[in-house]
Design a protein around this ligand. Structure first.
Ligand SMILES: C[S@@+](CC[C@H](N)C(=O)[O-])C[C@H]1O[C@@H](n2cnc3c(N)ncnc32)[C@H](O)[C@@H]1O
Length: 199
């Protein structure tokens, strides 16, 4: 049976509900602030149609886009090919990432963790920890609170601290934020996490 995500991407519903027409401003700002250096490995987890992933490739990162939806990756691949940009697209599960240990310096998450059910959040966070190099960053944003009817789970301080534990990650403040989409904006939270351990 077709997944919710494949259906949304195949029918174009994604473009109403979560896709942004441009790379996300907060990712653009993070790159402009030189918090990560071009050339580094950058994973866009739950990359969807790859707007942010392609931006990372454009800026000179070794960009990797992972998504569980083959339909999303079909659109994403078409876009990177049209722009003649090299992106490593991988069909995979964020709870069991198809990536080597310590292979990326940045994880971009715009709206993936907030779709991960509570019982799967430990696996999600430990996979990000595994694939990040010491000192690596996670730019995480998602819904401010649980939205049961939309199948979204909160990205708040309690949830972030529960899964991205402080002996593995240093976290910044949870910043009020909106995830914008044509069908309406979703009140969210943005947080930057840094994995401990750079020498
Ligand atoms: C709300 S969309 C956001 C997509 C994209 N980041 C954006 O900003 O347009 C969530 C994405 O996460 C993907 N996703 C959901 N669960 C996943 C999982 N367990 N592993 C990999 N991708 C997943 C979905 O296919 C979808 O593309």
């Amino acid at each position: 049976m077709e997944s919710f995500w494949d259906y949304a991407y195949r029918t174009g519903e994604h473009s109403q509900h979560w896709e942004s027409a441009h790379p996300s401003a907060e990712l653009v700002a993070l790159v402009a602030a030189e918090l990560v250096t071009p050339g580094a490995g950058a994973l866009d987890v739950g990359c969807g149609t790859g707007r942010d992933t392609i931006f990372l490739a454009q800026c000179g990162f070794r960009a990797i886009g992972v998504d569980s939806s083959i339909e999303a990756l079909r659109i994403a691949r078409g876009r990177s090919e049209a722009a003649a940009l090299a992106v490593d697209w991988r069909l995979g599960d964020a709870r069991d990432l198809p990536l080597e240990d310590g292979s990326v310096d940045l994880v971009n998450d715009r709206g993936c963790f907030h779709t991960i059910e509570p019982e799967d959040r430990t696996a999600f966070a430990s996979e990000l920890d595994r694939v990040l190099a010491p000192g690596g960053l996670v730019l995480l944003r998602g819904a401010a609170r649980d939205c049961e009817e939309e199948g979204l789970f909160a990205v708040d301080a309690q949830e972030v601290d529960r899964y991205f534990v402080d002996d593995r990650f240093e976290r910044g403040p949870l910043v009020p934020f909106y995830l914008t989409a044509p069908s309406g904006d979703l009140e969210g939270r943005l947080v930057l996490l840094r994995k401990h351990g750079r020498g």
